[in-house]
Write a protein that binds this ligand. Sequence first.
Ligand code: NDP
Length: 232
Amino acid sequence: MPAHRSLVTGANRGLGLEFCRQLLARGERVVAACRQPGRAHALNQLAGDHPGRLHLLPLDVADAKSRAALVAELPLVCDGLDLLVNNAGVLHSGERFGAVPAANLDDSLHTNATGPFLLSQALAPLLADGAKVANLSSRWGSIAELEAFRTPSYAISKAAQNMASALLAHGLRERGIVVLALNPGWVQTEMGGAGAPLSATQAVASLLQVIDAATLADSGRFLDHDGQSLPW
Ligand code: NDP
């Protein structure tokens, strides 16, 4: 059987880098997309360790030209995709009611919601029938769990991303493609901080189990890293 082919966005650090590591360790082929591949030292090291199985491509997911360039270049390094991990994300912390900057909202919406939606739509022809799309979401995007005024640019964008995931699930269902909104838990990355309870290794191992186990019946669901349903 040919190796499973994955594309991971925001692959240069944090959860994205760990997805690349674990997918490569399983013998898979990975396209790692990040803003500055030339500066992605850990990824370039991984590429050297796995000759021919890891390709780096530039991607700013918030930028239309960059997305179009990635979609045009992908077929040169990969003949299709079995898994798309929309992992790239941004969190502008420290927002207070009365002073939430418009720029934070714009950046978060483009990076966390509309960019990944448009990228998935543009990559749809390259997704194999029966492929999976994993969108890294957050409990902070859950309206049902909202308890406080917390980082509106992030929360609004993740709620919008959740709707994008549900819509993509409908759009891709007839091709047997499974789309999931996944909460990784609170994880030790630059975004999560050193005090988070989960390591990136643990979080990605759990998320890959959830992705592997998901069937078409799960498409369009919002799932925690242990596979349990989360409220929208
Ligand atoms: P990090 O901040 O550690 O990494 C974010 C990644 O996204 C970096 O690779 C960054 O690249 C990339 N990125 C940001 N903006 C863009 C852009 N415009 N185009 C391309 N890449 C971009 O975050 P995590 O690894 O912790 O988070 C990964 C995902 O998991 C995110 O979607 C996040 O919202 C989600 N998540 C994380 C949680 C946690 O506790 N860590 C909790 C809940 C959800 P660059 O180096 O160029 O900035």
